[in-house]
Design a protein around this ligand. Structure first.
Ligand SMILES: Cc1cc2nc3c(=O)[nH]c(=O)nc-3n(C[C@H](O)[C@H](O)[C@H](O)COP(=O)(O)OP(=O)(O)OC[C@H]3O[C@@H](n4cnc5c(N)ncnc54)[C@H](O)[C@@H]3O)c2cc1C
Length: 279
């Protein structure tokens, strides 16, 4: 029986994980990556994470399981990553004074209540089929019913700015109420980080894989029996039932055509991170 083969496009976390799973299942696999490095949005420079950093919610998070499976050390830091290092260690300062524990708790409980109110506004909007509004507008609506002291409004504004900036990389005025946390999975309490940066996981996943860097894929063509991947404007890999590249140019590509006989392609990875925004 012939070994099944696959091309994975993109050497980010998704592509590398897919490629590793395929290799583990006995597939001959090539990873084709546009950039000159692996990792994609995971990128660690001198131990500093320039992209992904947190394992949001440790237990139950697939990243935790993957790190353990690959023997990549992680460190539990607790709390919620919006409050870097955990809520317990956070000090809140206002007007030059550190807030006592009781006020700190009041602050977080207030924000919990505001988030519940915002959820209610969203449910009402979904039921009525009304037009989407921004997260900021929803928070304003939630606060307008409460008559909060200016000081407590400052607390809410701080929490909203922190969570929208840290978790969604945009101001609350740009986030859609209906979609801002769509797909946001909450795992077990407390976050973790990778002891040697997040790239320690992608580097480990990449070990031993056949990865072709500097190969931006521009086109993928499918027939019933073959898949052809075009990179750098040239045919880099080709597949056919008789294992002969269909296009003569295939043999001249950066990927050895005889090794790139493919019957399946796994597409993974997106060049941009898309989040829903309110216009
Ligand atoms: C600044 C920042 C901070 C983040 N923080 C966190 C965090 O703390 N915790 C967390 O869980 N997540 C975080 N994320 C999100 C996380 O990084 C991504 O969800 C994850 O890395 C996506 O992996 P991916 O493989 O799906 O995509 P990517 O990492 O984007 O990988 C896609 C790969 O495909 C390649 N590619 C694209 N098009 C082509 C093509 N045509 N031909 C060949 N190759 C191609 C790209 O070059 C890239 O290497 C953060 C993201 C950013 C940007």
């Amino acid at each position: 029986m012939q070994t099944p083969s696959a091309i994975v496009i993109g050497a980010g976390l998704s592509g590398l994980s897919a490629a590793r799973a395929l290799v583990d299942a006995g597939w001959e696999t090539i990873v084709v990556e546009a950039r000159d490095r692996t990792g994609g949005r995971v990128h660690t420079v001198d131990g500093i994470d320039m992209g992904a950093h947190w394992i949001h919610g440790t237990e139950g998070n697939p990243l935790t399981n993957l790190a353990r499976q690959m023997d990549v050390p992680i460190m539990f830091v607790g709390g919620d990553s919006s409050y870097t290092g955990g809520w317990e260690q956070l000090q809140l300062h206002m007007a030059g004074h550190q807030l006592p524990l009781e006020q700190k708790q009041t602050s977080i409980l207030l924000m919990d209540e505001v988030q519940d109110a915002v959820d209610t506004i969203r449910r009402d909007l979904q039921r009525s089929g009304g037009a989407d509004i921004s997260l900021e507008q929803a928070v304003e609506q939630a606060l307008s019913q409460r008559g909060l002291l200016p000081e407590l409004r400052t607390h809410v504004a701080w929490h909203v700015a922190l969570l929208s900036r840290d978790d969604w990389a945009a101001g609350a005025e740009k986030l859609s109420l209906l979609w801002w946390d769509d797909g946001y999975e909450v795992y077990g309490y407390g976050d973790s980080v990778f002891c040697h940066g997040a790239a320690s996981l992608t580097d480990r996943l990449a070990q031993g894989l056949d990865i072709r860097l500097n190969h931006p894929v521009g086109r993928v063509e499918y027939t019933d029996e073959s898949v052809t991947v075009f990179a750098n404007g040239e045919i880099r890999s080709s597949a056919s039932q008789d294992e002969t590249p269909r296009n003569p140019a295939a043999g001249n590509g950066g990927v050895d055509a005889s090794r790139a006989v493919l019957r399946e392609a796994v597409l993974a990875g997106e060049p941009v991170c898309v989040r829903p925004f309110v216009d």
